[in-house]
Design a binder for this molecule. Structure first.
Ligand SMILES: Cc1cc2nc3c(=O)[nH]c(=O)nc-3n(C[C@H](O)[C@H](O)[C@H](O)COP(=O)(O)O)c2cc1C
Length: 399
């Protein structure tokens, strides 16, 4: 399948990783790709980014199908993370150790700290620097903390192609390569990627989109380092990013819980029904069955998170602690929160869950509800009514 010609003299020489399922804690249930780009121009041949180290052989094979790798004049590293830089030492070994690697100022710091013992000729490109390759001119846009300090974009003025590194990507390996070849689901993959990787930096995404607009860049194609390339309607992914960065929400509730003997689950089911009876969308998510990265994706456009845990050894169930710790780091903003759970004697879980919700600056709907062991009819009714209160609070909240 690869290499893939994306424009005259420009190729995606990256690789698809069909089998990866866990990408630093994110469930990539459809694999991913490590896109990397070769530009063959009249005066210079340039490689933008590399791939994850174990794929170096296949990557070099892709390059060889286009050109003798020794003809590559230099490498641009848009992002130092190992899925784009892991192959760098071996690639340099094969194309010539003296070939320079252009990156941002923070890129030098990050790459040097990855390849400690390797002598690499790093060169800093500043925003505004232009590089003539022959027919084409490259320029660079600093995108610090989107999502690492070193991150940057590379842009080809003449073709209107933006190489956007991790921004606008999706963890998705497929036979399709471009947005116009994909059916439904493409934006779901992009949304999951945003929710789990870029959400903490949402304010920076908003600013970046504003500055890209102010620069008046012609954008015929946006080429991220993961997943599908945007060529038909690149503006669509920009619009989605604008909405996700604003953390726009709808009347939607996530009921996330775990249970040992099903009592908390019985409460969860009633809460779901109660909230649904008010007309809002409700998604029950047992953390045993839903991956934390999918919960995050659903939470992004929800107005409320309701968390249920039995009390276990005076604490909350560890599976919930896992998801809450992950969630806190991703900094979802402007949500309502509520907690519930079954207990046997001391019953600390609900209070502790409330603390977790408050630590994320979620606005508590009320103190939450607890049930002693197995919920009886009254307790089930209390859970249903709790769900109704949650639904009403969600409808009263502005999106
Ligand atoms: C290993 C274990 C530890 C527990 N520790 C506590 C505890 O510290 N305080 C408490 O109130 N209940 C404790 N419980 C009781 C549970 O919270 C209670 O059985 C509850 O109904 C379980 O809810 P579930 O069916 O949703 O799992 C414990 C139960 C187990 C199995």
């Amino acid at each position: 399948m690869r290499p893939l010609k994306i424009a005259d003299g420009i190729y995606d020489v990256g690789v698809k990783d069909w089998n990866i399922r866990d990408f630093h804690g994110y469930s990539t249930y459809m694999g991913t790709s490590y896109n990397a780009f070769l530009i063959v121009d009249d005066d210079k041949v340039v490689l933008i980014d590399t791939v994850k180290e174990p794929f170096t052989g296949q990557f070099m094979e892709n390059i060889r199908k286009i050109i003798d790798p020794k003809k590559i004049d230099f490498i641009i590293s848009n992002h130092a993370e190992m899925d784009h830089s892991g192959a760098l030492p071996r690639v340099l070994h094969l194309i010539g150790e003296d070939k320079p690697v252009y990156c941002s100022k923070m890129g030098v710091r990050a790459l040097s700290a990855h390849f400690n013992d390797k002598k690499i000729d790093y060169r800093v490109v500043k925003p505004g620097t232009e590089m003539k390759l022959g027919k084409r001119t490259l320029s660079f846009i600093e995108t610090r903390m989107l999502h690492w300090p070193d991150s940057m974009f590379t842009y080809i003025k003449e073709d209107g192609i933006l190489f956007s590194s991790d921004a606008f990507g999706q963890h998705y390996a497929s036979h399709e390569n471009f947005d116009d070849e994909m059916g439904v689901g493409l934006f779901d993959h992009a949304k999951k990627y945003f929710a789990n990787i870029l959400l903490p930096y949402a304010p920076r995404v908003e600013k970046l989109l504003e500055s890209v607009e102010a620069m008046g860049l012609k954008l015929n194609m946006i080429c991220p380092d993961h997943g599908i390339l945007w060529r038909k309607q690149p503006e669509k992914i920009l619009e989605h990013y604008a909405s996700w960065a604003r953390q726009e929400t709808k009347d939607k509730v996530i009921v996330m819980y775990d249970t040992m003997w099903n009592s908390t689950e019985k409460m969860a089911k009633e809460i779901v029904d109660g909230a649904r009876s008010t007309g809002v969308e409700v998604i029950p998510m047992s953390v045993r069955n839903w991956h934390r990265s999918d919960i995050m994706t659903e939470l992004m456009d929800a107005k409320a998170l309701v968390v249920g845990s039995p009390t276990l050894n005076n604490g909350i169930f560890p599976t919930l602690a896992d998801v809450l710790s992950y969630m806190k780091g991703l900094k979802p903003q402007g949500k309502l929160g509520a907690a519930f759970g079954s207990y046997g004697w001391s019953g600390e879980a609900v209070k502790l869950l409330n603390k977790e919700l408050e630590a994320m600056e979620f606005e508590l709907i009320d103190d939450g509800i607890r049930t002693l062991y197995v919920p009886n009819q009254d307790a089930l009714k209390e859970s249903f009514d709790f769900g109704v209160r949650i639904g009403e609070a969600v409808k009263a909240k502005k999106g």
